[in-house]
Structure formats: structure tokens, C-alpha cells
Design a protein around this ligand. Sequence first.
Ligand SMILES: Nc1ncnc2c1ncn2[C@@H]1O[C@H](COP(=O)(O)OP(=O)(O)O)[C@@H](O)[C@H]1O
Ligand SMILES: [Mg+2]
Length: 244
Amino acid sequence: MIKVSHVSKRYNKSDMVVKDVSFSVEKGQIFGLLGPNGAGKTTLMQMIATLLFPTSGIVTICGLDSQSSAQEIRRKIGFLTTEIKMDPLSTPNQLFRFFSELYDIPKEEIEKRKQERFARFGITPFADKKIVELSTGMKQKVSIVISLIHDPEVIIFDEPTNGLDILTSRQVMDYLLELKQSGRSVLLSTHIFSVAEQLCDEIAILVDGHIVDQGSAQALTEKTGSKNFEEAFFKLYTENHIGG
Ligand SMILES: Nc1ncnc2c1ncn2[C@@H]1O[C@H](COP(=O)(O)OP(=O)(O)O)[C@@H](O)[C@H]1O
Ligand SMILES: [Mg+2]
């Protein structure tokens, strides 16, 4: 569903911040990009979501090329990034209506989907409050609901549990597992090894723009002779980070 082939990126005159990255994500799979701040996760996610173009290499989503078919791809993906902020003076109800219309969701579907999803995430009592008045966790849940308003086949979530308390984080993770079970392809990035370990079928460790190793949490733990995945992640990081 997602195929990334030899993708590199430099911003203007910067150094390469993503370097020759290749991986693919299948239907019904959760694939994780795990790396510290500055590793290149957001840059890579934005290229996959067609918001940035690679300096070199190719991204395809459902067989469509990210550069020539960007518009078509955007209707197939649900994208959540740390860089997008919702209008602070809008309410969840207003945002839901606006994005439903943007995606041409049939009128009779809109109310049904809204009630179901707002209830699912406990948004209903806050549906007419301004975004600025909501807690970080509630804002993130609204962002997630909005990003999936059109039931996309492919889900691209950049640090979806970042800054959330442990209970909200669990709710988001459970929802991602449900989406996987329903056959969606999920690509997520995180700097939290336990999120990757608990959710992902396959994990790529990203250090300084490179994938330094890839596999299931268990496979990476065994391969590096570590006692747990946390140790495996630190080993892979310190062995590969420039300057240790
Ligand atoms: N718009 C930009 N212009 C120039 N450099 C950028 C820009 N965005 C990110 N970078 C740089 O690219 C590198 C990777 O950043 P980013 O993709 O945000 O990593 P991550 O999401 O893993 O923290 C960092 O060194 C960052 O400073
Ligand atoms: Mg980031």
C-alpha cells in the first residue's frame, strides 16, 4: 500500500536529512518509524503524505506516484502531523462539518459518523467548546477523528501519542489496532520505544536520516543480543549516531 524507494531529502541548501530510505507497508500492517528528535521522521512522513517532494527516490501509495498523483493520493490517506494546528476558535462540531463537506461525505452519513466517533473518543460533551479551551489530549483526539473523517485506506500518523497522558495514549493505540484489524495500512512515527514495541508489526529504526535496522521488536531484540527492546533501541542508536 505504501512503498518508499531510495528516498532522500535536503531542504534548500541543508545537508541531507533523509538518506536513501526504503521500506513498504502492507494492508493490515502497522509499520513504525522509531527515532529520536531530529532523526527525519516528520520530513519522511510529509513526503509520504505528498506535502513535500523527495530530492530523490520514489514514493507510491496504492500504486500511485506521489508526485504525479498527489491529489488522488490525498483522498486515500489520513494524515496527522505535529505541524498542523486546528483553528483555535472553531469547535469540534464546526470542524467536523467543514471537513465532511470538503471530502464530499454524503449528508446523511455526516451526522451518523460524527455521533459514533465523538462518542468513541469522549468528545461529545466538548463538541461545542472552542478548540483553545480543550485539553491537549482532547485536542489530539479531535485531530485524529478529523484526519480519518473520510475512512482512508492508508493512515499516516506522525507522533500520534506525543504529549498525551497514559490513558489517552492507550485510547489512541487501541484505535490504531482496530484500524489495523479492519484492514487499513498504518504508518506511524514515534520517539517512544514502548509505543513502537506494543503496536508495530515492523519497526524501522531511524537515526540521522538513515534506517539503521528494521524488523519486529522481538527480532531486533534477539538480533542485537539485548534483554529487551529498550536495550536494543539504545544499542542501535549509540552504534549508529554520529558522535555516539
Ligand atoms: N523546513 C525545514 N528547513 C530546514 N531544515 C529542516 C526543516 N524541517 C526540518 N529540518 C531539519 O531536518 C532534520 C529532521 O527534522 P524532522 O524531520 O523534523 O525530524 P523528526 O521529526 O524526527 O524530529 C532536522 O535536522 C531539522 O532541523
Ligand atoms: Mg517530528
